[in-house]
Design a protein around this ligand. Structure first.
Ligand code: NAD
Length: 397
């Protein structure tokens, strides 16, 4: 029996254990994670590790000794298969049954599969884990690599690989890179930068088949292109891991539905991170956020609430990315399908993009502008009607 049982061994899980310990120094804690590694941060897998800014040793959140000293039990290479709320029990793939007092589902998400058959093909990587980084970073120079997907993984990995002198081709169905987030003119400009750096971009394209031929892979596209390559890296989004939750009878929509205290519809079971659909207070709607800062902040808040804090989660998590010389942070709802207004100091390089709905700021992207997240948050929270004149200089570059 554990007072607190945390399913998932990622960022949200560790943050939750830390949140619990802030209020309860002695309650027993078990973290069960399916990966073989100690918990690590994922952002470096497509960023710092590729640019010599971190080594693999530095991405682990804590060493084994730290978990021991905090009296946190950690089970790796073990997967929870079933949650039985009536008995307050979990069952793992090692046949272990454990009782819990409070349970957290911090199971994250699983890479979405391409709608074509490439199961079991060596050299096709659905990029998400440290093992994937280890495989892809082995001598990329001179290799021909096909990157499928033009979102966060696709854009960051393509940039990383090209810095390591791989020959990179990107394929994605949208018209521009990062189209879901960047307004068109910015997306176009980033895409031109990628192309000038030697990355071949095939937008508006889909793969129709992947096969192994000799020592390499051959992909065919809908428009009849044949793409020969050594490796294919796929980043076409994730599906939140909700199987345990549905099996246990929790309410699930776009993720596990939790209330403002991050508790699910079954008392004593919480969710946090990529898989949690939570009431985003400042935006007045339910959201699911798939970024690192959300995992950290929500994990911590869920842990504190499991230990009895009873605090609503009101924090507004940010996201960040670096694409060659273009670095940005963003907060709120930053879908390019909203109305956008860009206040550039230097066009498509330095400035602030505002995302609006019904005349109110819903999201802010800070492009090569740093230290302004709180101002951006305040503007979103204020919920006041604005026009373009008000927004010029509203968050200063
Ligand atoms: P994403 O949602 O950012 O991008 C998905 C991309 O796949 C889009 O370009 C989409 O058009 C494309 N796509 C969809 N179906 C396709 C198909 N059949 N063929 C080709 N392309 C297709 O997801 P991702 O890039 O896979 O990232 C995975 C997760 O990791 C996300 O949750 C993301 O937020 C997270 N992540 C975040 C960061 C960051 O915050 N900087 C960095 C890396 C990953």
């Amino acid at each position: 029996m554990y007072d607190y049982l945390i399913v998932g061994g990622g960022r949200a899980a560790v943050a939750a254990a830390e949140g619990i310990r802030e209020l309860d120094s002695s309650g027993s804690i078990l973290i069960v994670g399916a990966e073989a590694h100690l918990p690590y941060d994922r952002p470096p897998l497509s960023k710092q590790l590729w640019f010599g800014k971190k080594t693999v040793d530095e991405i682990f959140i804590h060493d084994a000794g730290h978990f021991e000293s905090e009296n946190i039990q950690l089970a790796t290479s073990e997967r929870v298969k079933e949650v039985r709320p009536a008995e307050k029990t979990v069952v793992t793939d090692r046949g272990r049954r454990e009782n819990y007092g409070k349970l957290l589902l911090a199971t994250g998400g699983t890479p979405r599969r391409l709608p074509i058959s490439c199961a079991g093909l060596d050299g096709v990587i659905y990029y998400r884990t440290l093992d994937h980084y280890n495989a892809l970073s082995r001598d990329p120079a001179g290799k021909s690599i096909l990157v499928v997907g033009g979102g966060f993984i696709g854009s960051e990995i393509a940039a990383a690989l090209s810095q390591h002198e791989a020959r990179v081709t990107m394929v994605f169905p949208g018209r521009y890179l990062c189209e879901r987030v960047f307004p068109e003119s910015l997306a176009r400009s980033i895409q031109i930068d990628f192309e000038e750096r030697g990355i071949r971009i095939l937008g508006g394209e889909l793969l129709t088949s992947i096969a192994r031929k000799g020592g390499g892979l051959v992909a065919q596209t809908q428009r009849g292109k044949r793409l020969d390559c050594d490796t294919i890296v796929v980043g076409v989004g994730i599906e939140p891991d909700i199987l345990l939750a549905t099996g246990a009878g929790l309410s699930v929509g776009n993720g596990i539905e939790v209330d403002e205290r991050l508790e699910s519809t079954v008392s004593g079971i919480y969710a946090a991170g990529d898989n949690a659909s939570f009431p985003y207070q400042a935006l007045g709607k339910r959201m699911r956020v798939e970024h690192w800062d959300n995992a950290v902040s929500q994990g911590k808040a869920a842990g504190r609430n499991m230990a009895g804090a009873g605090e609503p989660f009101t924090y507004m998590p940010y996201l960040y990315s670096d694409l060659f010389d273009f670095g940005y942070e963003a907060v709120g709802d930053v879908r390019s399908s909203l109305t956008t207004f860009a206040d550039w100091e230097k066009e498509n390089e330095t400035g602030v993009v505002y995302y609006l709905a019904r005349g109110r700021v819903r999201g802010v992207m800070l492009c090569n502008v740093w230290g302004k997240l709180d101002e951006a948050r305040q503007l979103i929270r204020s919920g006041v009607d604005v026009n373009e004149r008000d927004l010029r200089g509203a968050v200063r570059a």
